[in-house]
Design a protein around this ligand. Structure first.
Ligand SMILES: Cc1cc2nc3c(=O)[nH]c(=O)nc-3n(C[C@H](O)[C@H](O)[C@H](O)COP(=O)(O)OP(=O)(O)OC[C@H]3O[C@@H](n4cnc5c(N)ncnc54)[C@H](O)[C@@H]3O)c2cc1C
Length: 458
């Protein structure tokens, strides 16, 4: 017997599935844009951003308490994970884009939360409403912000026009945010002739996944080596060799890609000309060299990663934040300092813990406990379980044939300064023959990645 539309929607869970389909969300809600948002139930949690933080929390809340109504709002129509994506650029065996993507409908249907595919354009904390570009307004009792980062080309290159920034951003993809930028960078590598790939890590400040630019150097060098390209990877850094997992990266670079990777630790990039495919930078001989030497060099591929700032969603919520837009926190918790009904997770926090996917997952679980306690009128101690050992584990691929990786672990604790703090350690693995890298660590890297994708989607 053929089912009609009403029958279909009687099936448990399908209503939630409908909400994940952008066309439906648009069709049913666009007309309501100007209408008053439905009143929140008293147990409504709205999460902005379906990345590592948001996806983890939506699932965790519903798993723990089915009476909580969860709505997850995301502007992208498909998830792409950033971790391990440097392996894709490096041409590691059996890696394809399909490993990194996920459809939002899967967990929304399974765990019974509503997914809204639309961009949040304003937040009214007084009315407790979130306004979206195509799906109207959504009311909340508790709001969770997990919107990630933004690029700050304007701060780094104050003389560049908007057009110039747009041009450089497209021609020299940063690939620190998921999606098109990674695909563009991969295509540029596939199309490159013999020549130089420049990698420019963010010049200063907090940035997403601190080891990522240095892992990228190793992976692109692996690609160049395996493809027989006559080329170099030049890293134009500002950190004088002191960067995340620095010793371990430098050891691997030297052992595996000494003739390919050139690291310059004291530089300042001042210009990029995408037409001429040249990059201009000043190189300083040492920290006392004030003048430096200006160089303009030709590139085949340029991965310019600008200074990071926080997503504008934090400022949109009008909660207190630091100069780069990251949210000020209420002590050791994941509540915002400003509003007891607004939580912040993932890269957007000002806790002194590394901005990583694993950290976002860890923080989401803690915030979930704090939110459930708040809704139930019970007490959640924000320092319970601290210090948390290996709360963050972050792997970096450093070799391709054979596949080898390095790792760092962080213990998170309650710092005297009043926020959470991470302390890192870079261990040498048992199977590393005295080196920081090993094949066993590379296997663990792939297993970890499979685990976090399951955490968010299954
Ligand atoms: C190359 C690379 C390698 C990495 N490697 C690792 C690794 O090995 N291990 C690790 O743990 N981490 C790694 N990371 C870091 C990790 O990806 C991030 O730290 C993590 O994604 C942060 O989670 P988040 O929820 O804060 O932000 P995101 O995952 O970026 O999610 C934010 C979401 O919010 C959405 N959003 C923003 N604004 C709006 C709006 N106005 N309306 C609706 N939606 C909005 C965005 O579209 C996005 O989907 C890596 C990152 C990169 C770039």
């Amino acid at each position: 017997m053929a089912m009609n539309r009403r029958d279909t929607f009687k099936i448990a869970g399908v209503a939630a599935a409908a909400a994940v389909m952008p066309s439906m969300a648009v069709a049913t809600e666009a007309a309501a844009t100007k209408e008053v948002a439905k009143k929140a139930s008293g147990r409504s949690v709205v999460i902005i951003g379906a990345g590592f933080g948001g996806l983890t929390m939506a699932k965790a809340l519903r798993k723990q308490d089915k009476t909580i109504e969860v709505t997850l709002i995301e502007k992208r129509s498909m998830h792409m994970a950033c971790p391990l994506s440097n392996g894709l650029l490096g041409g590691l065996d059996d890696m394809s884009l399909s490993m990194f993507v996920g459809d939002y409908g899967q967990p929304a249907t399974k765990y019974g939360y509503t997914f809204v595919n639309s961009e949040v354009v304003s937040i009214d904390r007084k009315a407790k409403e979130v306004h979206t570009s195509t799906a109207g307004a959504v009311s909340y009792d508790i709001l969770v912000l997990s919107p990630g980062i933004a690029y700050d080309y304007e701060k780094q290159f104050p003389t560049w026009s908007r057009e110039k920034i747009a041009h450089v951003a497209a021609a020299c993809p940063a690939a620190l945010m998921p999606g098109n930028e990674h695909v563009a960078l991969k295509r540029q590598l596939q199309d490159m002739d013999d020549g130089t790939v420049f990698i420019v890590p963010p010049a200063k400040g907090k940035f997403r996944c601190p080891p990522a630019p240095y892992e990228r150097a190793a992976m692109i060098a692996n690609y160049i080596k395996n493809e027989g390209i006559k080329g170099k990877v030049v890293v134009l850094d500002t950190r004088g060799g002191k960067f995340a997992k620095g010793k371990a990266f430098k050891e691997s670079w030297k052992d595996l890609f000494a003739d390919i990777i050139e690291y310059k630790g004291l530089t300042e990039v001042t210009d990029v000309d995408p037409q001429a495919k040249t990059i201009t930078y000043t190189e300083y001989a040492n920290i006392d060299d004030e003048k430096g030497t200006v160089k303009t060099e030709k590139y085949e591929v340029c991965n310019l990663i600008p200074i990071n700032k926080c997503s504008p969603v934090i400022a949109m919520a009008d909660i207190e934040h630091n100069g780069a837009g990251y949210a000020l926190m209420d002590g050791y918790s994941f509540r915002s300092k400003t509003d007891a009904n607004v939580y912040v997770i993932g890269d957007a926090v000002t806790h002194k813990i590394p901005p990583s996917g694993q950290t976002a997952i860890w923080g989401s679980h803690r915030a979930t406990g704090q939110i459930i306690a708040q809704l139930n009128g019970t007490v959640n101690d924000p320092i319970a379980g601290l210090p948390a050992k290996a709360a963050n584990v972050c792997f970096s691929m450093v070799g391709g044939k054979p596949e080898e990786a390095i790792m760092v672990t962080h213990t998170f604790s309650a710092d005297k300064s009043g926020v959470l703090k991470g302390k890192g350690a870079v261990p040498k693995p048992k199977d590393g023959n005295g080196k920081f890298r090993s094949q066993g660590t590379a296997i663990a890297t792939r297993e970890w990645f499979g685990g976090v994708m399951r955490e968010m989607f299954n």
